[in-house]
Ligand binder design. Sequence first.
Ligand SMILES: C[S@@+](CC[C@H](N)C(=O)[O-])C[C@H]1O[C@@H](n2cnc3c(N)ncnc32)[C@H](O)[C@@H]1O
Length: 256
Amino acid sequence: MVSSAAGRPSAASPVYDRIGVGYRAVRRPDPRLAALLRDALGDARTVVNVGAGAGSYEPEDLAVTAVEPSRVMLDQHPGPVKVQAGAEQLPFADGAFDAAMAVMTVHHWSDLAAGLAELRRVAGRQVVFTWDVSHRPELWLLPEYLPEIRTLEEARFTTVDEVARLMGAHTVLPFPVPHDFTDGLQTAYWRRPERFLDPGVRAANSTFAQLPAEVVDPAMERLRADLESGAWARRHADLLDLDAVDYGYRVLIADV
Ligand SMILES: C[S@@+](CC[C@H](N)C(=O)[O-])C[C@H]1O[C@@H](n2cnc3c(N)ncnc32)[C@H](O)[C@@H]1O
């Protein structure tokens, strides 16, 4: 069942209505992150997943209501209870859910503080997974090939300290990205650089998808050449022995 926020226009999400096609094939939920998020939800029985996308990381043992503004994403969501709405104005009563989850979505919200206040209004526990724009090291892709990504990310991501402050988070957990992470977010391929050469992989990432081809294509040609010549492997020999790297992803937990 899909419903829209009663009596209100649905929140528009032009980015994901444009780039969301094919999301599920590239952004496959990773079981290690799923376990961390499931633990964070604790003993909740009812959960609202805000910015649900195609439903990644929704625990199968809980009653989940998916909230998502993009029709293209909602159409890929397999769950039975789906509501087309934005985080900034959730169409639910105060305390309607045991917990709320928001995974890699808060950087898309038009009003972060309003969205986080809505999570707190409708759910006893709030679990947010996001990325710290101020974290270093950053992925090699940015300094070496596409510094334009950094500019875009700095414009839309808020530091984890600030998200934690707005939420009133009592717990912040790091999630180092495993070398074989299955969910194709930007840093997923830190040890598999050839994956960035696949246009389908780039299309499922909202930063790449917003960059013009005249910026991305020459950068990817340089990466291709560096992979073929071995220059990339020589520069990053230190990475090839690592199993996971902390690139600044964090799970934040707050309780009312
Ligand atoms: C990177 S996807 C993450 C989807 C899903 N949570 C996951 O982990 O795969 C970001 C999602 O946030 C949604 N979104 C954009 N603006 C939003 C808003 N104002 N409120 C709630 N969700 C929003 C997008 O449509 C998109 O589906």
